[in-house]
Design a binder for this molecule. Sequence first.
Ligand code: C2E
Ligand code: MG
Ligand code: MG
Ligand code: MG
Length: 295
Amino acid sequence: RADVGLYRAKQAGRNRTVLESSRQLPLAVELREAIDRGALDVQYQPIVTLGEAGAKAVGVEALLRWSSHAQPEVTTEGLIRVAEEYDLIADLDELVLRRACADAARLQETFAQLDLTLNVNVSGLELAQAEYADRVAGILADSGWPADQLVLEVTESELAAESETAIANLHKLRERGVRIAIDDFGTGYSSLSRLATLPSDILKVDQSFVASIRSDSPAPPLLGVIAALSKSLDLQVIAEGVETEYQAAVLTELGFALAQGYHYSDSQPVTELINDLNERSGLVGASSEPSTNGW
Ligand code: C2E
Ligand code: MG
Ligand code: MG
Ligand code: MG
């Protein structure tokens, strides 16, 4: 795999990617140790409803963070790529899933009025491992997090790899009640016929489409197409990267029901998210009682 995008350097005021493969090995070694020590962080970004009733959190997406390493300029995507290249991804994704199930249980306990869904990203490489679905089932059993409140997100481009094992895993997971989201949808060139047969429940529309919603230009036509498509295929759809009220309004108009983005909240450690949701009790429903258990 090419390591484009691994490092992000600011040059001439814009983000630029540079190739520095010689720095991958030390990073992989450091990452291996961090995984073994559990010294990685997971943050959570709310997924909210769009529409007249106002934004209400219905779930969170778990996102890997690694603050304490020697190369802070490496992006999360870069870390994932190193983990994939050095065969660390299975352990990394398992660590995130275990941590996320425990943190989600804390959130669910604090906000009992919420029917919280937990979204966790999974590498396409992982999904193609024969024992993957069983491993997920084991982690759910250990943690007690309900399968039908878990969504696994895999990117459209990784699903395009057409692995039979991956498809079999998706079927097994869905039989257990786990839902599957196709992440970064619209950038992976799936054919419509393939999309209709993929074992999936949710489309997450890539941020680039949302970013192109601007008040000074017409709404990108593909967004309406994706909204209609998801309806006819009976898939839920989530708009990612919503940063402005204007974008939220346009998406609502186009028929989108769910959104995620800085306009609502950035990702945060679970303790901060709990505090934040307590302060913004509208996000979790009016009946929210402030948490008193000291988290
Ligand atoms: P993703 O799953 O598509 O996650 C959404 C990304 O958009 C996240 O970047 C999030 O921080 C960012 N984001 C959220 N709201 C906004 C917004 O309003 N505007 C903009 N511009 N960005 C926003 P992040 O955290 O850097 O993660 C990058 C990617 O790394 C993720 O993309 C996902 O594919 C992957 N990833 C993250 N955590 C894991 C993990 O635990 N395992 C695996 N396999 N992949 C992961
Ligand atoms: Mg995702
Ligand atoms: Mg995405
Ligand atoms: Mg992405």
